[in-house]
Design a protein around this ligand. Structure first.
Ligand code: RUB
Length: 310
């Protein structure tokens, strides 16, 4: 597993892809690291010559990127780990191993930095609301709690109820947390001081693609004058997407919403992400700084340059 210690077993590409498809491993950052770990292990264990490994890595990259179509974190991470395939010089296998290890380390470090930077925005005692389950958001909230009396609302997040994970993680980090059904978010918003959510993809114009329902949280926050913060690593930025409209929204099985026996003959539509327009986003907290949505593309370019020089 991407987050496990040195004694872990080899993670095959097939296993990693299934873990991600079945959502055993989920959350944009975590699934990106999981995919990269599988590429790393393939490079570390493949017995064949470089040419065979190269072909195998290309196939693996395609398979992994196809697992969750919305999360650009996955595509960017896989591209970074396999970038040595484009070069004709040097030891390709060693370069893939180094690129993968660097990505995983940088990705963990980014969550730490985002937690610190985001916590500064929650600058007093109060209530924060979050939606779905985002490692970056939980990090920000838990860090802020170290300095202030911070309490959290966690939206349940239908249909898979990732809000239960958030509630458990916040409890574990000693943040008092109250679970609400998604449709209660507008009712509690007058009591909320800040919203913090994660992102799967951020378009070049600052539109944010995150778990379905996030745009409703943003609308409600705007209506009540509550700051809406997005906490996300820069590798979730998709420079090729001019706006959120260019990002493909993943649709999952109807049975995640309802057991078909309970709704015979009823059509079910289950899009799992939505687009929050940049104008509803107060700031985006990245490891390269806290920026306005319009500046997120530049922040991502800065972070990329910095990591190339490192
Ligand atoms: C998870 C989700 C999270 C982002 C960011 O959706 O929308 O808010 O992925 O998470 P799913 P993180 O459960 O469908 O993967 O900050 O952990 O990368």
């Amino acid at each position: 597993m991407a987050d496990a210690g040195p004694l872990r077993t080899v993670l095959t590409v097939g296993r990693a892809a299934r873990d991600i498809e079945t959502m055993k491993v989920r959350g944009a950052g975590r699934l990106a690291r999981h995919a990269v770990q599988a590429l790393h292990d393939l490079a570390a264990t493949h017995p064949g010559p470089d040419r065979a490994l190269q072909a195998e890595l290309r196939r693996a990259a395609k398979r992994l990127v196809a697992t969750r179509p919305t999360a650009v974190s996955l595509r960017n991470a896989v591209e970074e780990a396999t970038s040595p395939l484009a070069s004709r010089n040097g030891d390709m296998r060693a370069a893939v191993l180094t690129a993968s290890q660097r990505f995983i380390a940088r990705s963990h470090a980014a969550v730490e930095t985002i937690s610190l930077l985001g916590a500064r925005l929650l600058d007093g005692d109060g209530w924060v609301l979050t939606h779905c389950n985002s490692a970056c958001s939980v990090g920000v909230i838990a860090k802020a709690r170290e300095g202030h009396d911070i309490r959290a609302f966690a939206c349940e997040t239908r249909p898979r109820r990732q809000g239960l994970l958030t509630a458990a993680q916040l409890r574990q980090r000693r943040v008092p947390v109250t679970l609400i059904v998604d449709s209660a978010m507008n009712l509690v918003m007058p009591d909320v001081d800040w919203v913090v959510v994660g992102a799967d993809t951020i378009a070049a114009n600052g539109d944010v693609v995150n778990k379905v329902g996030t745009s409703l949280v943003a609308l409600s926050a705007k209506q009540h004058g509550v700051p809406f913060y997005v906490a996300a690593e820069t590798y979730k930025v998709a420079p090729w997407a001019r706006s959120g409209r260019d990002v493909r929204i993943e649709q999952r099985a109807a049975r995640e919403v309802v057991d078909p026996r309970d709704a015979p003959g009823v059509g079910v539509y289950n899009p799992v992400f939505d687009v929050t327009p940049a104008r509803l986003v107060t700031r985006i907290v990245t490891e390269a700084g806290v920026v306005r949505p319009s500046a997120v593309r530049a922040a991502a370019a800065r972070a990329r340059d910095r990591s190339r020089r490192a």
